[in-house]
Design a protein around this ligand. Structure first.
Ligand SMILES: *Cc1c(COP(=O)(O)O)cnc(C)c1O
Length: 404
């Protein structure tokens, strides 16, 4: 049995240290992240969503007649919200069977001369196929915006995931690896585009001291409470309350009420990011080692698969995306594990059309693979805090759920 006073987080976030909170002279965060990614420059935004909004706004200025943005039908609801925030039309592309990446056939049928952008999406550190999307986009002069919100540090062939398309963005939100509680990184391959994005950002995301104070306090809270003994209270308790009320989207934080905050990312939080980023490569190496061993063990359970990476790429491992043979087995496993404090959870609860707030926008959407993926997938944390006994207990429960 796990210690009742511990709660393992559902993703392996990089813990912050008190010493990270003290600014040091040296590189700026944008230069440090650019060096980490191996690109000339990036710009910082207050969230991944804000980075996407800045990108889309700049693209609209260029191509005002292109109104359609293609995204996967299983992704973060904030992506669809960002597209709608810009007054653009989100177009859902179903995923491949048993995967989160675009169905290539459906994607080819959706992209046309009115497509402004296509958003291939790397989920849970796993990398999506960007090459095929790049080729298709070029044919119609659409722009590829990689959503690497969950993939900072992942590698797509010889490049960092998120830097293989025309534009790309990363999230520094809580739960996504390196975090400033909220934050975003925006990349553009083209020099002129980078200048436009900087200008657009000044228009779209002004300095708002109220937001910066709030986020700074939240970041202090993260630093203090991101440990198993404290997560019981700040993560576990609200989770159990939401599940007791059958509020699944509340349980995973899929609800995004109100307008999308748009503001700058302040200097103190940037300095925290510079300090923490130094430990990210080592943290990724350690969690990758653990993941390689545990992935094979999870997959030894009959009927259970773990999403991996395409040849030539190397993702990061914040958690495992585990596909169960059916919805019943998935729900049976989660019924016992979701509230057990072991870091077993779900990613996005629904395929995009099945969120009540999107029902009108996507009425009649035909995305069976995305729905099946949402119904059969659960996540197992790859946090270093998940000990061997706890991991064995998860395996035993999965095994029982599959055979019962
Ligand atoms: C979290 C997330 C976003 C949005 O990033 P924020 O920093 O939370 O605004 C976009 N896409 C995906 C796939 C995400 O997981």
């Amino acid at each position: 049995m796990p210690d009742a006073w511990r709660e393992i987080p559902p993703t392996a976030g990089l813990p912050l240290r008190a010493s990270d909170l003290i600014p040091r002279s040296g590189k700026t965060l944008q230069d440090a992240v650019a060096a980490f990614l191996g690109v000339p420059a990036v710009q910082l935004e207050c969230s991944g969503t804000a980075a996407l909004i800045v990108a889309l706004t700049a693209l609209m200025r260029h191509s005002p007649r292109r109104r359609r943005v293609v995204l996967p039908a299983y992704t973060c609801p904030l992506v669809a919200l960002a597209v709608m925030h810009c007054g653009l039309t989100p177009v859902l592309c179903d995923v491949r069977r048993d995967h989160f990446d675009f169905s290539p056939e459906m994607l080819a049928s959706l992209v046309d001369d009115e497509t402004l952008a296509i958003i291939p999406t790397h989920l849970g550190g796993r990398v999506a196929d960007v090459t095929a999307v790049n080729e298709l986009a070029r044919r119609y002069q659409a722009t590829v915006i990689e959503d690497a919100a969950q993939a900072l540090g992942a590698q797509w062939h010889d490049r960092a995931a998120g830097t293989a398309g025309d534009l790309g963005f990363f999230s520094l939100a809580v739960g996504k690896g390196l975090t400033l509680y909220e934050g975003g990184v925006l990349f553009a391959r083209d020099d002129a585009m980078r200048r436009q994005l900087r200008e657009e950002s000044r228009r779209v995301a002004p300095f708002r001291p109220g937001w910066e104070i709030r986020r700074s306090l939240q970041l202090l809270g993260y630093t203090a409470f991101y440990r198993p003994s404290a997560l019981r209270y700040v993560y576990g308790r609200p989770l159990r309350r939401a599940l007791a009320q059958h509020d699944l989207t509340g349980a995973v934080g899929d609800d995004f009420p109100g307008p999308i905050p748009l503001h700058t990312l302040g200097g103190w939080r940037r300095s925290v990011g510079v300090n923490a980023l130094k430990r990210l490569p080592g943290f990724i190496a350690m969690t990758t080692d653990q993941a390689k061993q545990r992935k094979t063990i999870i997959e030894s359970i009959e009927g259970v698969t773990v999403i991996g990476d395409p040849d030539g790429s190397r993702g990061t491992w914040p958690f495992f995306m585990v596909l169960m043979p059916g919805r019943e087995a998935r729900d049976a496993a989660l019924g016992r594990l979701w509230t057990a404090g072991l870091g077993v959870s779900r990613l996005f609860i629904h395929a995009i059309p099945d969120y009540p707030s999107f029902a009108a926008q996507f009425a009649g959407a035909d995305v069976p693979n995305a729905r099946d993926f949402a119904a059969r997938m659960l996540t197992i944390t790859n946090s270093p805090w998940l000990g061997e006994d706890d991991f064995q207990r998860i395996l035993a429960t999965l095994g029982e759920a599959v055979t019962s």
